[in-house]
Design a protein around this ligand. Structure first.
Ligand code: NAD
Length: 265
């Protein structure tokens, strides 16, 4: 399995070359309605990526007290603006806004985050991991996948996508016993860890040492970024934190933007 950072850089170079051939600019608008430091960091990363591949990134920062009615107008405008290739609404949202309703307002053709139920695009984190695995010729068919964590943005969509690739899929969560988790870890060929607890998976567990593990977790200990897994587990492959799944997630957004452009021509 190639290093994630090299893989992502090669893919970005490919996108840069593709975009150079295109006359009209590709544009992603990021709608932000929060003052969340983690969101600010994610947005900075996304804008940097867009600049690197020669696409336009525009940040539309809205008043934190905006009403649903006012936001609907902004989204309709983006839906109908032919210069906007795709747009995303950065989570989390303030309490007065209903996330589920807003997701359904986004034009599925421009919903590059894959939030809308009719979106043409797959959610960024699961799609980023699967695209990387496919490009690295991972054999999904009939193999055992273990997904730790059942969130709507990672665990659940990941399970659906891996099932569609003919894997045997198990999801464990906060009610799973340690004994059961141990059992599944021993038998898993692919493990996706998305819990949000530092070193949740560590050397006290017996893990199939042929397993490929993606550590989705982002945690901070004394200002240092760490994942959900101890970094030196004895397995075939473990994605690093930082410079692991976060990069694949960001890449997925760029690939979706390119796809949105191609679908629109
Ligand atoms: P979340 O924070 O919404 O939920 C955590 C999940 O962990 C829940 O489904 C819960 O059931 C599960 N969980 C809690 N205790 C558990 C236990 N003992 N055993 C098994 N599961 C348990 O989940 P999320 O939004 O998917 O985020 C998870 C982590 O991944 C966070 O650290 C987040 O910052 C990170 N994340 C990273 C990226 C990326 O691009 N790298 C993207 C999304 C999320």
């Amino acid at each position: 399995m190639e290093m994630i950072i090299e893989y992502v850089n090669n893919k970005k170079q490919f996108l840069l070359d593709e975009i150079k051939k295109i006359k009209e600019p590709l544009k992603l608008v990021i709608v932000q309605i929060n003052d969340d430091p983690a969101s600010n960091a994610y947005i900075r990363g996304k804008l940097k990526d867009l600049a690197e591949i020669g696409a336009i990134g525009e940040l539309l920062k809205l008043d934190i007290n905006i009403t649903m009615e006012e936001l609907k107008k902004v989204i309709d405008k983006l839906n109908n603006d032919p210069t906007v290739t795709g747009f995303i609404v950065q989570m989390p949202l303030p309490k007065q806004l209903n996330e589920e309703t807003i997701k359904e307002w986004i034009n599925p053709d421009k919903d590059v985050d894959g939030f809308n139920s009719k979106s043409l695009f797959k959610p960024a984190t699961p799609n980023g991991i699967i695209t990387y695995l496919k490009d690295n010729k991972f054999d999904f068919d009939g193999k055992n996948a273990l997904i730790i964590g059942r969130s709507n943005i990672v665990g659940k969509p990941m399970a659906k996508l891996l099932l569609n690739l003919n894997m045997n899929v198990t999801i464990t969560h906060s009610h799973t016993t340690k004994e059961d988790l141990e059992f599944y870890l021993k038998h898993a060929d692919l493990v996706i860890v998305a819990v949000g607890k530092p070193y949740f998976i560590n050397k006290t567990f017996q893990i199939n040492n042929n397993a490929v593990i993606f550590d989705v977790g982002i945690n901070r200990i004394d200002g240092k970024l760490v994942g959900d897994c101890e970094h030196d587990l004895d397995v075939k492959f473990l994605s690093p934190v930082p410079k692991g799944v976060g990069l694949l997630t960001r890449l997925s957004l760029l690939l979706n933007l390119m796809e949105a452009y191609k679908n629109g021509i």
